[in-house]
Design a protein around this ligand. Structure first.
Ligand SMILES: NC(=O)c1ccc[n+]([C@@H]2O[C@H](COP(=O)([O-])OP(=O)(O)OC[C@H]3O[C@@H](n4cnc5c(N)ncnc54)[C@H](O)[C@@H]3O)[C@@H](O)[C@H]2O)c1
Length: 445
């Protein structure tokens, strides 16, 4: 089924587009009624953070796992519950002001597009989508409908990351030529596809979990919950999972757009799981903060990153387990992931950070080391933006470009060691064989 038809057929079930966001604040007396799709694990965190805003009323909860739904309902007994987001959005479209999407990645776009089609602002977890074409479509729809949107990269609003951005843009290490970023997490799977099937647990609606993806027998421990990340049909591997957080600050600080070339050094594709180890090299065109070309190298999997002289720390210190290193004309800036200050390294030694180089001192803010309070900011910013009192810092216009960049590296994993050339204007690779992975058909479910 084509995505357009999916939207048409679901939209036909109910009335379409609602009041513009600015009018809700007036009609709803400054309150925001939220609906949550996917309510356990990260969805549970999202629900907690959104509902901690004093102007939010949680009116609808949706999950394909009845245990997850029952647990969320206990916290929000007045909310209506659903297993199918299409039914929820159709039945309650006049009672919902904003939608939070916290499902596995393959359901981000189908659920968010339907919500936006109905004129709803959307907070969608990262990475924004499973496919490049979906990221572009989400951005287009958000723009056309002028909707408030935010991607769930809550660390985007953290002090250390904002400080690193200001320092890089103030030229603390001159123009940047290279960024090296790493995570030793393993959201890949090199094993074989399991055979046979297991009984579907009574609490799970497997057909709805699969959603628009192809039918597949259920196997315990491979898909729900969490492990779907390792598999081609549902997640985006370690790069999609952690890369989207760790890429975010360099991407933002260096004002990057999409890359020109991408190469992934990894094992041969097995048609089922993402590689357990990836080294992805991107090349980006120049920006005001980079040298002529910006090279970006991502390492993931156990043991990442590989030793490199640009990653060696003074006094033979160990690298933080996850993070990014900016390499510039005048030195290096290390940005651990997360909640640690960036560190300046010049000629092999740590130097004090001179914050006076930042022109707009008011932009620096106060250092905060409390994840619980800091983490809420990104969510509350979304709620306030829906109520016309703030602006989102990671709207789909930004998130779709960042996600596209990440997904191009994920696609490069289908062509190990081959340099792919990306034509952003045409939204196509020069290597025709890679274009089939920019999109996927939707199953009618
Ligand atoms: N921003 C962050 O720091 C962060 C951290 C973890 C996860 N995430 C993101 O959050 C999302 C969820 O990850 P997770 O680890 O919680 O996954 P999970 O598999 O543990 O939980 C997903 C939840 O969504 C439900 N669900 C699945 N399909 C659904 C559907 N069609 N409709 C309604 N509910 C559905 C599941 O039953 C489950 O309750 C992913 O996109 C992930 O990348 C973000």
């Amino acid at each position: 089924m084509k995505k357009r038809d999916f939207l048409k057929s679901t939209a036909a079930l109910g009335l379409s587009a609602m009041l513009p966001t600015s009018m809700w604040a007036q009609t709803r007396n400054g309150r925001l009624r939220t609906a949550h799709i996917g309510v356990s694990n990260m969805g549970g965190e999202d629900l907690k953070a959104i509902s901690s805003h004093k102007s939010v009323d949680v009116v609808a909860l949706c999950d394909v796992d009845s245990n997850a739904l029952a647990a969320a309902k206990k916290l929000h007994p007045r909310a209506k519950t659903y297993a199918d987001y299409r039914v929820m959005l159709n039945e309650m479209q006049n009672q919902i002001d904003a939608v939070i999407v916290s499902t596995p990645d393959h359901t981000h776009a189908p659920a968010s597009m339907l919500a936006m089609e109905k004129g709803k602002p959307v907070y969608c977890q990262k990475p924004l989508t499973h496919h490049v074409a979906e990221a572009r479509a989400m951005n287009k729809m958000a723009k056309e409908k002028n909707l408030v949107t935010q991607m769930g990269i809550q660390v985007h609003s953290f002090y250390d990351y904002k400080l690193a951005t200001l320092l890089i843009q103030s030229g603390i290490i001159g123009k940047v030529s290279t960024v090296r970023a790493w995570s030793p997490k393993n959201w890949g799977y090199d094993g074989p596809e399991p055979t046979g099937s297991d009984p579907v647990p009574e609490n799970l609606d497997w057909n709805l979990w699969l959603g628009t993806s192809a039918e597949r027998p259920y196997k315990e421990g491979y898909y729900h919950p969490g492990n779907w990340r390792k598999l081609l049909d549902y997640g985006c591997g370690t790069l999609g999972d952690m890369g989207v957080h760790i890429f975010d600050t360099p991407y933002n600080a260096l004002a990057l757009d999409v890359p020109r070339t991408i190469k992934n050094k990894c094992r041969k594709p097995n048609g089922y799981g993402f590689p357990e180890h990836n080294t992805v090299t991107y090349k980006f065109p120049q920006t005001p903060y980079t040298t002529k070309t910006l090279k970006w190298v991502w390492y993931d999997g156990e043991g990442a990153p590989k030793d490199h002289k640009q990653l060696r720390l003074p006094n033979d210190e160990e690298l933080p387990s996850q993070g990014a290193m900016f390499i510039g004309e005048k030195g290096r800036l290390l940005l651990p992931h997360f909640m640690e200050l960036p560190r300046l390294i010049v000629k092999g030694e740590y130097k004090e950070l001179d914050l006076s180089i930042i022109k707009d001192q008011s932009a620096i803010g106060e250092p905060v080391r409390n994840y619980a309070s800091e983490g809420k900011k990104h969510y509350h910013q979304f709620v306030d933006a829906c109520l016309g009192k703030d602006e989102c810092s990671a709207p789909f216009s930004y998130a779709s470009r960042l996600t596209e960049t990440i997904l191009l590296g994920v696609i490069a994993g289908r062509f190990p060691n081959k340099t792919l050339h990306w034509d952003s204007a045409a939204a196509r690779f020069s290597e025709e064989e890679a274009n089939q992975f920019l999109d996927a058909p939707y199953r009618d479910f």
